[in-house]
Design a protein around this ligand. Structure first.
Ligand SMILES: [Zn+2]
Length: 411
């Protein structure tokens, strides 16, 4: 069989996903495999044993990233793929796991066809992508990139009070490999979209161009409490009114600035009583845009508006940044390659920007990187209802396989 005819064994892929999903499975469906938990450990052992069975050399670093390497005709650098197997507390069976299992199936397809690639192909399962138990999220890829050291990480306390270093020791998750010493040629991550766009447009493949930037801004407005019946409007210093105006303005940012998302997800007034003018309002704004300049512009407009509105109402206004993540652009050549592979395999695709964070956005600084998305039914994710049709999973895994093959053969 020529390499062009290779394809993923979808039945085996589905069975492997189901096998992994049994570890930490919830009675209602879905999985709970929090990072550095016994379930995570069991899942990682399954992944490592599958790597060994496929003939990969298996390497584990300090934070517990697991990488299996399939030798190439040349020593390196490694064409890397993979994702994560940790989940949120009520996670689905696909977020993360699909990218690891499909990567292993791609290697299985190469093995069965006896394909020897020029460059090695690596499969990685990143530790603690979700950050649901120990923050920050994308911990494994941040460690690999060199942003965090074990001295930074070991003392981190989890939501249940345990220390990360203690769990690493207890479950024997730490290794001593230096993964970056392998050198990386490229990284491709297959993941579910976690949004509704591909399903709505009936496309099997999302060719991910980048990850949008995020700014979280927390506001506190301080006015004066007053009687709702006796205080004339012009004499009020109404924190609730200023907050409400900001909510309306935030929506207008999303309609006026290209590709802008803008959300007030939390808003509290105090004293929060029906007949009392609010003395204080606290609210958060989540701004996202794939373009750094537009994101900055949105933030500037919001702050200008809030300051002017607060001044006009005579209330105090404070704000602080709670998150500030720059947008990431993926590698144009790998993007074009994924698009070409989807087309030659006959799968409908569209370019898309990731609304969620992924290890790939960290890896984009390490080596040329891109992602492949498959549809999420109803856009649902981080939820036991997560579902992607088998034909879309097959499409995503085949595009991954052929993208890897092209990268690993490439001169
Ligand atoms: Zn994920």
């Amino acid at each position: 069989m020529s390499p062009e005819q290779l394809s993923i064994d979808i039945k085996h892929l589905q069975a492997s996903l189901a096998e992994l999903a049994r570890i930490g499975s919830l009675p209602s469906g879905g999985v709970c495999r929090l990072a550095f938990s016994p379930e995570d450990k069991a899942g990682r052992e399954l992944v490592a044993s599958r790597m060994h069975a496929l003939g990969l050399s298996v390497h584990v670093d300090g934070i517990g990233n697991i990488m299996g390497v399939r030798e190439g005709r040349e020593a390196g650098p490694v064409v890397l793929t993979g994702s994560h197997i940790d989940t949120v507390a009520t996670g689905g069976v696909l977020d993360g796991s699909l990218g690891v299992v499909a990567a292993l199936e791609a290697v299985a397809a190469l093995n069965e066809a006896g394909v020897k690639t020029r460059l090695p192909v690596g499969v990685i399962s990143f530790a603690n992508e979700e950050g649901a138990r120990f923050m920050p999220d994308m911990m494994g890829s941040l460690f690999l990139r060199g942003d965090l050291t074990m001295e930074d990480l070991r003392p981190i306390a989890g939501i249940d009070g345990t220390m990360l270093g203690d769990d690493l020791d207890q479950y024997g998750m730490s290794g001593n490999a230096n993964l970056s010493s392998f050198g990386f040629h490229s990284f491709v991550e297959l993941h579910i979209e976690q949004g509704p766009i591909l399903e709505r447009e009936n496309k099997s493949i999302g060719v991910v161009e980048g990850v949008q930037g995020i700014k979280w801004i927390e506001f506190r407005i301080e006015g004066s409490t007053a009687h709702a019946g006796t205080t004339p409007i012009e004499l009020r210093r109404d924190a609730g009114y200023v907050a409400g105006a900001a909510v309306e303005f935030v929506r207008s940012l999303a309609t006026e600035i290209e590709n802008q998302r803008a959300t007030v997800g939390s808003l509290t007034l105090s004293p929060n009583l029906v007949n009392v003018v609010a003395e204080e309002a606290r609210f958060t704004v989540d701004l996202r845009n794939p373009d750094a300049k537009r994101l900055l512009h949105a933030e500037k407009k919001l702050l200008e508006f809030a300051e002017a509105k607060a001044a006009a109402e005579g209330v105090g206004m404070e704000h602080r940044s709670r998150a500030d993540v720059a947008p990431v652009e993926f590698d144009p050549q790998i993007i074009a390659l994924i698009e070409a592979k989807a087309e030659s395999l006959g799968y409908a695709s569209r370019r898309i920007i990731s609304g969620a964070g992924h290890d790939a956005q960290i890896m984009a600084d390490v080596c040329p990187t891109a992602m492949i998305f498959v549809p999420s039914r109803g856009g649902i994710s981080h939820n036991i209802q997560e579902y992607t049709a088998a034909r879309d999973i097959e499409a995503g895994a085949n595009v991954l396989l052929h993208t890897l093959l092209a990268l690993a053969q490439s001169e």
